[in-house]
Design a protein. Sequence first.
Length: 95
Amino acid sequence: MILSREDVEHVAELAKLALTDAEQEMYQAQLSAILEHFATLAHLDTDDIPGTASALALKNVLREDEVQPSLPRAAALANAPRTEAGQFRVEAVLD
């Protein structure tokens, strides 16, 4: 499938990208090549292949939580521009 220049402009608009003419030509060729690969894959017979969420065996690599001493409150707040009642004071971001 070969993308038209209008297709590339539309995708760039959706992604809020300002592309030069050279970039549009480059992406037109690259995206068209990617879609051609997908078209090739679409013709493969995958009826006997079970669906998978991951091709790799999954295992939990997280360590157990351990209680450890933390930074004293005064040290944590020492470089804060503003504090209030022993906490960081920040500007509201929502009305």
